[in-house]
Design a protein around this ligand. Structure first.
Ligand code: BDR
Ligand code: CA
Length: 313
């Protein structure tokens, strides 16, 4: 049986690998992608998403353009579209297909309301679209079986010492989502940094000879170069592909190890704005709300990518 999902993306190199994994996995039915402001502005995250689907020969997957700025904060001026890890536009041919008419938030609401309550939401960018949809039509909550988020960090952040990028960019939205009362799995940096993809793995991806394998190799090599230069991991020549791990966790939950704990988001801290606050205390009286991943199975993750990205549409 396949799991229906909607992938909410701010495409981005690792979002691109997540999109290809979701679109090509025989275990998932990708209903559509919604785009959000994040790694770069909304025009580019939407164009990049269209490029990815066209590249792998799946132009039929609908792409819906979403929020162009955070829920209640001004657009982050710190977004740097020239980062070495993502860049602005992905190095793929320009899209000839277009995004669907209308706003992603309205499409999310209509699609969920018309569903049998069987569509898992998979946001792998800032949580602006999902929070906006919940605020606009709270009745969608009863229709959401699970939200699987790439985002958050317990041990260390990446945007700041405390905060992971997807949460840091729109903490108010993240707060709405983690407190929405529906089942939530979070795939934070604590897990994604434990499942690195290496230069040798990139060679294997390229050797698959498929459009998805080739693009995943190229994007991951770019990530490795950027990580080695600016955010070295515990070993050189390897980098996390965060968003793809969240997709793989839906296909095979054993690729991550989770703890069911109370989680909330700091929205007012001076030094800790956007921190994912995890309550690991045994004496916590707060009810647990999030299955929070603290580890991942790197060999399994890489095996899954090689298997899925070796497929064609
Ligand atoms: C997250 O931030 C983005 O740069 C990546 O696409 C990923 O979703 C990792 O912190
Ligand atoms: Ca992302």
């Amino acid at each position: 049986m396949t799991t229906k999902i909607i992938l909410d993306v701010d495409t981005g190199t690792d979002d691109a690998v997540a999109l290809m994994t979701a679109a090509l996995s025989p275990d998932l039915e990708l209903i559509g992608a919604t785009t959000v402001n994040g790694n770069t502005g909304i025009d580019s995250t939407t164009e990049n998403t269209l490029r990815v689907f066209e590249w792998i020969g799946m132009p039929q997957v609908p792409v819906h353009r979403g929020m162009s700025r955070p829920l209640s904060r001004p657009q982050m001026t710190q977004i740097n579209p020239a980062t070495r890890i993502h860049g602005d536009l992905l190095d793929l041919p320009a899209a000839t297909i277009k995004a669907q008419p209308g706003h992603a938030v309205d499409w999310l609401i209509e699609t969920l309301m018309a569903s049998d309550g069987d569509i898992t939401l998979v946001p792998v960018g800032p949580l602006t679209n999902i929070a906006m949809a919940i605020q606009k039509e709270p009745a969608i909550l009863a229709k959401i079986p699970e939200i699987v988020i790439m985002g958050g960090a317990h041990d260390h952040g990446n945007s700041t010492a405390s905060a992971e990028f997807n949460i840091w960019l729109d903490p108010e939205a993240a707060r709405v989502v983690v407190n929405c009362g529906r089942p939530i799995r979070m795939v934070p940096l604590d897990a994604t940094h434990r499942a690195l993809v290496s230069l040798e793995d990139c060679a294997r991806l390229r050797a698959l000879g498929t459009p998805a394998g080739e693009a995943a190799a190229r994007f991951t090599e770019k990530r490795i170069e950027g990580y080695d230069a600016t955010q070295p991991m515990h070993r050189a020549g390897a980098a996390p592909v965060h968003d793809a791990l969240a997709v793989c966790a839906i296909i095979d939950p054993s690729v991550i190890t989770t703890h069911f704990i109370p989680v909330d988001i700091e929205t007012g801290g001076f030094l800790s704005d956007g921190r994912t606050v995890c309550d690991f205390r045994f004496r916590s009286r707060k009810p647990a709300n999030v299955h929070f991943a603290m580890d991942a199975d790197e060999p399994k993750f890489v095996r899954m990518l090689l298997e899925i990205l070796g497929r064609t549409a």
